[in-house]
Write a protein that binds this ligand. Structure first.
Ligand SMILES: [Zn+2]
Length: 354
């Protein structure tokens, strides 16, 4: 599915039309908080929002044209004054940073907004992904920028956990909710994840060997996500990288840095989908065993071939809800804990033995 302007206009007409109205009245705010549990929306919508502000030839209804240089560069992530900040360390924290030279820190991010712009449009766009992962010092520093923003800047914060942001940050941003229960779990090899989850749910009870097998398979799956992210980003950037052969080394280094940044964004996107697919599987299992008809499940495709009604009945509601709680523990642990292997192994053992 193409997550372009038309997609969001069709699926979130109220949110999008209020943005267009603000644009037409020249009252587009400089700070947005984009809340969605859908990682793909959190990646796809910010560049469109930036285009809404900066498009060179907007349509009559003020939506971005999607064709001008600005729109294309925003979509490709190559707009020179598009700066992205996201947790990059193992602790998954966005730190305030020792100095402006500490890449991926708040001090580094903010310093870039006080340099003169590199484009004719003059726009500078700052995107902070997983904004709830800013530590308190970083949030407080950013608050000052929100209170006195440099001219022609737009900040877009994305999060699936808005409650974890300081209320003072939330109140200075316009919130955009893109809530969608029908998240599509399409990412590389996602179809191979379902049999692992099915085996864990239905065959591991009391079996250390099966639980260990499932844990190993899940760990291996999680480890391929990094390579998949590299592959996707490398394909996208191949033409530009080839062009950059003629650039001087500073220009080349800049492109390489952008690629690294995008790889880490893509990795987080895949990781979020991986985790939310595990969660959705056990959430739906709990619904199914409490007699929700399969056709009313938000993602029936997760179960299409795998679960028969009698299997669900045997599983039992108590156990299904316990498993769901363990899946939630896993998500929490993997959002904060650096050691994926321990978290996944603990999860599988709990499913098998508790
Ligand atoms: Zn445009």
């Amino acid at each position: 599915m193409n997550l372009d302007w038309n997609f969001f206009e069709e699926h979130f007409p109220l949110a999008v039309s209020s943005l267009k109205n603000a644009r037409s009245a020249g009252r587009l705010t400089h700070a947005f908080l984009l809340c969605s549990s859908n990682a793909e929306y959190r990646t796809a919508f910010p560049p469109l929002l930036a285009s809404l502000a900066a498009c060179e030839h907007p349509n009559e209804d003020f939506s971005p044209c999607g064709r001008c240089a600005v729109c294309r560069e925003m979509a490709e992530g190559t707009f020179p004054d598009l700066i992205t900040l996201a947790p990059s360390s193992l602790s998954r924290i966005i730190p305030i940073g020792e100095s402006e030279d500490e890449v991926d820190s708040m001090r580094w991010f903010e310093s870039l907004f006080y340099l003169s712009g590199m484009t004719e449009s003059g726009w500078k766009i700052g995107i902070i992904h997983e904004a709830d992962r800013m530590n308190e010092a970083a949030q407080n520093a950013f608050l000052k920028t929100l209170e006195e923003p440099p001219p022609k800047c737009m900040f877009i914060l994305t999060t699936s956990h808005p409650a974890e942001l300081l209320p003072t940050i939330r109140s200075r941003c316009q919130t955009i909710q893109l809530t969608d229960n029908r998240c599509k779990y399409s990412f590389p090899n996602s179809e191979t994840l379902l049999p692992i989850l099915h085996k864990l749910a239905f065959e591991s009870k009391g079996s250390l060997l099966t639980a260990e097998d499932c844990a190993t398979a899940l760990i291996e799956f999680a480890e391929t996500l990094g390579e998949e992210a590299e592959k996707t980003v490398a394909e996208k950037w191949a033409p530009r990288l080839a062009e950059s052969e003629n650039l001087e080394s500073a220009g080349k280094a800049l492109i390489e840095k952008r690629i690294k940044g995008e790889e880490s964004c893509e990795y987080r996107r895949l990781r979020d989908l991986f985790l939310s697919m595990i969660h959705a599987y056990f959430a739906q299992l709990a619904l199914l065993v409490s007699n929700t008809p399969a056709e009313l499940l938000p993602n029936p495709e997760l179960f299409e071939h795998s679960i028969r009604q009698n299997e669900a009945e045997e599983f039992g509601a108590d156990r299904a809800f316990r498993c769901l709680a363990y899946a939630e523990d896993l998500l929490r642990a993997m959002r904060t804990n650096a050691n994926d292997q321990l978290a996944i192994r603990a999860f599988c053992l709990k499913i098998a033995f508790k």
